[in-house]
Write a protein that binds this ligand. Structure first.
Ligand code: NG6
Ligand code: CA
Length: 510
């Protein structure tokens, strides 16, 4: 397959040398990464849970490869996104944890990202939706009232329309091409993660002002109040620029569709990172009450709608066949992530984590084993693949697809797994490395979790984190729920997997 693609791109290049520029651009696939937030393996009906219906994702999967053993690199957003975009494991650095809303750029301008790779190869590039990778040079020093730099354009994105961090972190505004949208210069915005602004009411003191959603008990989320919801961090001013929570999906989907429309006649790379289904979950009234599971389920339906809008836009421009869509999630699911949205009470029989143990924040499988669909109608057919794949390999695989070189030293951890992604190789990687409180390594059958001092359980979110002072070894083929720790029984397996991890870690010391 790889050969065929290389050949077809090569052939087109020849045609282009003959003077037909248009032909070349027509044949290179557009690439869209749809990155959901906190959607678990079991949250999409294509993965088999009968409790929810996500028809657009099902339609996408019916034209592509649906993976059962695909992984994000980390069980939270910032390190997961960092790894996907840079092709470097986030755990190689110590400053890639969950970013505040005023964090400086986590990915530094001098790094080469997957977006740089596309841009350098003649693609139009866009980032729309949740960012959570920092903006500006250093924490707390951004010029929120002017041009915020460095920003997405410095790491490969020509166009950006983003939320700085998460829905529950200030500033609650959209940033388009590194300027806050709709900002009234007479009402400048101020952001702090250190000190509250005198005179600005906080959620912890004014529960009566939280008319949309209140935080769960002891969860924090009790600082700045925006639209009747208290958030993490402090902000002041910028009233006209504030987003409306129930319109976030509409707004970012609209901008993603607009990016497709503006670039339909040239190859493009779109990184579309939805806000759904992160907290606070405030879906538009057209989805409210539709899932029977409260806002969490309704936000899943809203996510599915966004996917449908992207597919419709492609269809409208005749781009369905030659657009490669990768649909996945940044980390596993969580039910109560800090707001009183009835997610626990209304969950019923739904299993967001599917058959896996743990969830978001966890080194058990549900932390990083995420939904993953690759659809490129010109090249893929409906397949269910148990190949071991990781988001770390999107960079290397797509570089291979383009015949692009990755500069020396960049993206050190990414590998070419294009055949696995397109469903031609059903084995995938030899092993994957995952990160939560501890690190783990899995070869698809055996999984080793390094001993860790962190808490075993997160009582706020009701998650088994998987940390254990003892080494853990699970046979995922026989024990998908990671219940039987076989480390004492198979010390040689522990050594084998530990050695892989040590080798990976030693790359740091080169
Ligand atoms: C946690 C937040 C959680 C969520 C998470 C980041 C509290 C108690 N919990 O600190 O609500 O925002 O960070 O989620 O504040 S992520 O998907 O972006 O990584
Ligand atoms: Ca997330």
């Amino acid at each position: 397959m790889k050969k065929t693609i290389a050949l077809s791109l090569g052939t087109t290049l020849l045609v282009s040398c003959g003077g037909n520029e248009k032909k070349q651009t027509e044949q290179r696939p557009n690439v869209i990464v749809i990155l959901a937030d906190d959607i678990g393996y079991g949250d999409l009906s294509c993965n088999g849970e009968p409790t929810i219906h996500t028809p657009n994702v099902e339609k996408l999967a019916s034209r592509g490869v649906r993976f059962t053993d695909a992984h994000a690199v980390a069980a939270t957003s910032t390190p997961s996104r960092y790894s996907l975009l840079t092709g470097q494991y986030a755990w190689r650095r110590n400053d890639t944890g969950i970013a505040t809303g005023d964090a400086g750029m986590v990915i530094r301008p001098e790094q080469t990202t997957i977006a740089d790779m596309f841009r350098n190869n003649g693609y139009a590039t866009g980032a729309v939706g949740k960012w959570h990778l920092g903006l500006g040079d250093k924490a707390g020093t951004q010029n929120w009232n002017g041009f915020i730099t460095p920003g997405p354009t410095d790491i490969g994105f020509d166009y950006s329309y983003i939320m700085a961090a998460t829905g529950d972190r200030v500033p609650c505004v959209y940033v388009e091409n590194q300027r806050i949208v709709n900002l009234d210069p007479n009402d400048p915005i101020e952001v702090s993660y250190k000190e509250p602004f005198p005179g600005e009411p906080l959620g912890k003191d004014h529960p009566e002002m939280l008319y949309v959603q209140k935080p769960s008990l002891n969860h924090g989320h009790n600082q700045a109040i925006v639209n009747g919801i208290s958030r993490i961090g402090y902000m002041k001013g910028g009233k006209q620029a504030l987003w409306v929570d129930e319109n976030i999906a509409d707004s970012i989907t609209h901008h993603a569709v607009e990016f497709i429309e503006n670039n339909h006649d040239k190859p493009f790379f779109l990184y579309f990172a939805t806000n759904d289904i992160h907290v606070p979950r405030v879906p538009h009234p057209r989805f409210a009450g539709k899932s029977g599971m409260g806002p969490r389920g309704d936000a899943i339906l809203e996510f599915d709608w966004s996917v449908g809008q992207i597919m419709e836009a492609l269809e409208k421009h005749g781009l369905t066949e030659n657009t490669l869509i990768i649909l996945t999630s940044d980390n596993g699911p969580v039910v109560d992530d800090g707001y009183q949205d009835q997610a626990v009470e209304l969950l019923g029989d739904h299993r967001p984590w599917g058959p896996f143990r743990g969830g978001k924040y966890s080194i058990f499988e549900a932390g990083t084993r995420i939904p993953f669909v690759v659809s490129w109608p010109a090249e893929t057919k409906q397949t269910v693949s148990s190949a071991l794949v990781s988001q770390i390999d999107l960079f290397g695989s797509l570089a291979n697809l383009l015949g692009a070189d990755i500069p020396e030293g960049a993206a050190p951890d990414t590998r070419n797994q294009l055949d696995a992604l397109l469903g031609k190789d059903l084995k995938g990687r030899d092993y994957i490395v995952e990160q939560a409180g501890s690190l783990s390594v899995s070869n698809g059958t055996w999984k080793y979790i390094t001993p860790g001092k962190g808490a075993a359980y997160n009582r706020l979110t009701n998650t088994e984190l998987g940390n254990n002072p003892e080494p853990q070894l699970y046979n995922l083929k026989e024990d998908i729920g990671e219940k039987n720790n076989l480390a004492a029984q198979y010390p040689e397996k522990v050594e084998e997997l530990k050695a892989i991890l040590e080798k990976e870690r030693s790359i740091l010391k080169r």
